[in-house]
Design a protein around this ligand. Structure first.
Ligand SMILES: Nc1nc2c(ncn2[C@@H]2O[C@H](COP(=O)(O)OP(=O)(O)OP(=O)(O)O)[C@@H](O)[C@H]2O)c(=O)[nH]1
Ligand SMILES: [Mg+2]
Length: 297
């Protein structure tokens, strides 16, 4: 019998550093949505990667930023929770932004973890010369096992990093079925794909105040999925923007999301989106618990 190894790796870092891009690159498919905006990932999402006889359970977490709203606090709280029981922590930093105050205070909290690794991401977008001072700064603040220079987008340096992470996984039985790629519930995943398109097409602050919920999914006789989703917005002005003139904006979001669902799942689908004004969704407990977030009074 071969020995088995299994462990959790929390991917943490400031918002927009490329954590979700990295997890998708590692998995070879979209597990976690990505956008050019900050605060895209809202909850911890697990993805399971086998490296020979080693099971790496990656936890993508919401980015760290200064929380102000209840939702912000829940997101940052979830990220920090993921580090507390992780077998390894991978701190992802945007090389272009460097060691910001957010990164400093985060390092402060995780510096003592015995398996701390750092990934300087987006090296495709900086000059190599800028990376050395970054490495020196990190070594002043903590003693990570290794600092990797990677491009999550271009898949540069990722394999080598995977091997190093696999090496520190503790001996033990597999914690997940080796054939499962993620533990994201289907309805949440479908809602995330739509939320990603909202981040893509709608600008300013609005996406941060939107919640997407998959209400139900039917399968017809031909195997086509009918997916019903609610987009909760905070007020009528927001609703107007999401729907757009003559419904054009909502149609664009829906068409793109449906195409993505079909691509990701290899199914035919019809996506039914409806926008509803729910001024208090950010203060409603179910909207947190459904996504695996903690609702704090
Ligand atoms: N040039 C470059 N861009 C990258 C790289 N990795 C990620 N990005 C871009 O950075 C942006 C943010 O990526 P995400 O993966 O959503 O970042 P995140 O850390 O998950 O962000 P939050 O979920 O908000 O915490 C996107 O526009 C990505 O395309 C990289 O290696 N190089
Ligand atoms: Mg993310």
């Amino acid at each position: 019998m071969t020995d088995t190894y299994s462990g959790f790796i929390a991917i943490v870092g400031p918002t927009n550093a490329g954590k979700s891009t990295l997890i998708n690159q590692i998995m070879g498919r979209k597990v976690s949505i990505v956008s050019h905006k900050v605060q895209t990932t809202r909850t911890n999402l697990r993805a399971i990667k086998m490296v020979n006889n080693r099971q790496l359970i990656f936890v993508d977490t919401p980015g760290i930023f200064r929380p102000s709203r209840r939702l912000d606090r829940a997101m940052v709280g979830a990220a920090m929770d993921a580090t507390s029981d992780a077998d390894a922590i991978l701190l992802v930093i945007d090389s272009r932004k460097g060691i910001t105050d957010t990164v400093r205070s985060l390092i402060d909290k995780i510096a003592n973890h015995k398996n701390l690794f750092v990934a300087l991401n987006k090296v495709d977008a900086v000059s190599k010369l800028d990376l050395l001072p970054l490495t020196a700064q990190i070594n002043e603040l903590a003693h990570p096992r290794a600092i990797f220079m990677i491009s999550a987008l271009k898949n540069d340096g990722v394999d080598e990093m995977l091997r190093a992470l696999a090496d520190v996984m503790p001996a033990g039985p597999y914690l997940f079925d080796a054939h499962d790629a993620t533990d994201v519930p289907d309805n949440l995943y479908l809602a995330e794909l739509t939320r990603e398109k909202i981040y893509k097409y709608i600008h300013q602050e609005l996406p941060y105040h939107i919640n997407v919920i998959t209400e139900h999914v039917d399968v017809d006789d031909d195997g086509v999925l009918d997916i019903y989703q609610k987009i909760a917005v905070q007020n009528d002005a927001h609703k107007k923007i999401v729907v757009g003139r003559g419904g054009a904006q909502l149609k664009q979001i829906g068409t793109d999301a449906r195409r993505d669902i079909q691509n990701q799942w290899g199914v035919n689908a019809r996506l039914h989106l409806f926008v509803r004004v729910e001024p208090n969704w950010e203060d409603t407990a179910e909207n947190y618990t459904d996504q695996g977030l903690e609702f704090k009074k």
